[in-house]
Write a new protein. Sequence first.
Length: 563
Amino acid sequence: MKKIKYGIIAVVSGIAIVSFSFKEDLFLVSKNLDIFASLYKEINVNYVDDTNAPQLMKTGIDAMLDSLDPYTEYVPESEIEDYKLKYVSTQYGGIGAGTVFIDGKLFVNDVSEGYPANKQEVKPGDQVLKINGIEIKGKDRSEVSHLLRGPKGSTVDLAILREGKEILKKLIREEIKQPNVSYSGMVGDGIGYIKLDKFLENSGQEVKDALVNLNKENPKGIILDLRNNGGGILQEAVKIVNLFVNKDQLIVTQKGKNVEKTVTYKTQLMPISVSVPLVVLVNANSASASEIVAGSLQDLDRAVIIGQRSYGKGLVQQTFNLPYNSLVKVTVAKYYTPSGRCIQKLDYAHKDAEGRAERFADSTITMFQTKAGRNVYSGNGVYPDVVTDALKLSPVTISMLNKNLFFNYINQYVKNKSSLPSAKAFQVSDADYTAFTNSLADKDLSYQSKTERLLSDLRLEAEKENKSEEVKADLENLKYKLTSSKKNDLATHKAEIKRVLEAQIVGRYFYDKGRIEQSFQYDKELAAAKTLFNNQTQMLAILKGDGNYKIIGKPIKDTASVN
């Protein structure tokens, strides 16, 4: 009886503490709101110059949210549609064309197959002069987007310049649907492949439809490609995992300060591909919902993960409506994979003196175990079972992409060649590559390499220490060697530059599908997956944790901070 009494006292005491804490928090919130409102009023009424009241408020809100994490954000009414397109829906009213500004002029650089721009033969390379009679000169990216988008069935009049001739095009906006699954099909050796770009509305159904079609081919393995997939809706991730694992399996748990935000997600349905060998591809840009899928399938020993360590975003956001049709997206919880690990990499609660979040300390990284007893670790993304080297572009290639130096050459290439025989096997010939490099003769290829940046830093340090005269000759000699080396970059990085050139050329003839298919011939992760499917003994050894496969991504000391 005493135990029961003490238990009741403990519970009542707990309630009292929580109640007191809640009241104190509520008082502090109310107090600071009064201070902020009074400050805002006095600034707007008394400041010496005119103030923009809405902008002043947004600046204050943004500064407050910047102190938290990059995922907690305020969305005013004017940005709601863009927000929905980015985080919720894949549909909007438009013409199905991408544009780019080059030297202050707006050009079409991409056209989606089957949509209004494609139907009316608007082509990449066309310069856009006017949209609905409004001149483009002086407009920025957001203004152009606003002019091109609109209600389904409405009209867009384009004035374009092609080969010196002005052409008028009348287009009827359609509902533009950007699929979550950008490609699916067989990729040789009896292997099915699904490329999932995002986890927005209907992504679970799209993956299911693709999987059903692939299963008709009786594949010996399935590849789910989540590379460069930044995530999306958590529930869609659970649906996708459910396609490959049995009903009633725990997939993810979210836990927040507010107990109401603590939720467990289990599979609800019977799977449609529970036994076909599965590989998931990830890289450093696979984040959030991608990591839920990859992490849970790894924890359940259902799939082999191939690629590079994922981004490390283990946070869950929820949107809340605010007055005047605005909203706020708030990080409400962290999520945990079936083994119990949280893969969040950066500690936003503890930032350095410059306001940058740092990685979690090594001492806080914890080991967990998969269903088969393999060791996995918290605090740093999902580490792959099979690691491949990341594809990194050279500074010269990045510079050419940023300056759109491929654009004019490809326009001329397409003009001279009406068709290509195939996307999958297409490669740029040496003669075509020479023609491309010749086209750069009058272009600005200047860029600063990492070595040059280090040399510049070294020169500044030498000046600070009054040693610039002592090392001047050596620094100048090194600068000369670097300049000479850069002249050879187009030859040194020929294979890499050719791949970028090929992808952009193929896209003109075969659109997104062709670009993806053409890239397969260079895809290291795809090749590694094919090799693994042809070696079932190794695949089983990985999933069982035999020998060296027992430990997945044991952490090493890394104290570097990340912006």
